[in-house]
Design a protein around this ligand. Structure first.
Ligand SMILES: O=P(O)(O)O[C@@H]1C[C@H](O)[C@@H](CO)O1
Ligand SMILES: O=c1cc[nH]c(=O)[nH]1
Length: 288
């Protein structure tokens, strides 16, 4: 980027900067970055990693590095950074710009990024974890379109196949994490954009909804969420290895509302976390 070598770089939405913070000292040892929509989930993941990695100190002492701004939350546990990104492409895109500059300024090397999220399943039992093969847009194309200076720029959303396979292998080593590799559709809306009939607006029939979901299924799509294409495209452009791992909360052939009990949803959300924790521990040589 033309700006990253400037005298000062302010990462505004993190409330961090190259002049105000010693970024290499704070973040130079990062090897794994996990991102997900909710701040509480990413705090819980950091606390879980703290236990899994046998880190010193108390989990309650893990502080939000971005606590002075309420845009994003960020937690560091040894070589693992856990960051929230909010909902949708614009929100994660802003976070990723600043995160990637943070890794650059901190002189981090060989970092792997994971998005650990939730999604709606297509023809899968709720609770199934989907490791993304291709991240596709609402037209089932493996690309992300960004409007830059009034022109549409198209970027590939190809992810690292070896990394996905390694994650699938990890799932076989854990009990109770049903996992598949499949395509993930990324939309710009949770309601009409994902073919839901239960939004404030709905411009189509039940039959039209089901036809669209059937077409998505034929295109190899097994889950729908809202960040995978921009995440994949930005990581790829910046030569960062990345994977998308989302649990399905419901089967969209059977309904639109997420009516599952809160405790079950919490357990579902822990599944991608367990999978990624296992992967990280293996990579760090911490498995017995
Ligand atoms: O990481 P999360 O669980 O936020 O991902 C999905 C996609 C949207 O951000 C959100 C919609 O409920 O969940
Ligand atoms: O159906 C769902 C569930 C979670 N997240 C989504 O984007 N869609």
């Amino acid at each position: 980027s033309p700006q990253t070598g400037a005298v000062q770089d302010i990462l505004y939405h993190f409330n961090l900067g190259t002049k105000t913070h010693n970024l290499p000292a704070m973040f130079g040892d990062i090897k794994f970055v996990c991102v997900g929509g909710s701040a509480n989930r990413m705090r819980a993941f950091a606390q879980f990693m703290h236990q899994e990695l046998g880190q010193p100190g108390h989990v309650d002492d893990i502080r939000d590095i971005c606590e002075e701004t309420d845009r994003y939350s960020m937690f560091k546990v040894g070589p693992v950074l856990s960051v929230s990104h909010g909902m949708g492409a614009p929100s994660i895109s802003i976070m990723l710009h600043e995160l990637i500059k943070l890794l650059y300024h901190s002189r981090c090397r060989d970092v792997i990024l994971f998005r650990i999220g939730t999604s709606g399943g297509i023809g899968l039992a709720p609770g199934t974890v989907v490791i993304t093969d291709k991240a596709v847009d609402s037209f089932f194309r493996p690309q992300f379109e960004q409007v830059v200076l009034g022109k549409v720029i198209v970027r590939s959303t190809e992810l690292d196949e070896g990394l996905s396979k390694e994650l699938l292998q990890c799932s076989t080593e854990l009990p109770d994490i049903p996992t598949v590799i499949a395509n993930t559709m990324c939309t710009h809306d949770f309601y009409e954009g994902q073919g839901r009939l239960d939004g404030a607006l709905c411009s189509f029939s039940t039959e039209e909804k089901l036809e669209y979901l059937r077409k998505a299924h034929e295109a190899g799509v097994r889950n729908i969420e809202m960040e995978s294409t921009v995440f994949a495209a930005m990581c790829r452009m910046c030569n960062l290895k990345a994977a998308v791992i989302c649990v399905t909360l419901l089967n969209r052939f059977e309904g639109d509302q997420i009516s599952t009990h809160h405790d079950v949803l919490v357990e579902y959300q822990q599944r991608p976390q367990g999978l990624v924790a296992h992967f990280i521990k293996k990579r760090l040589g911490l498995m017995a």
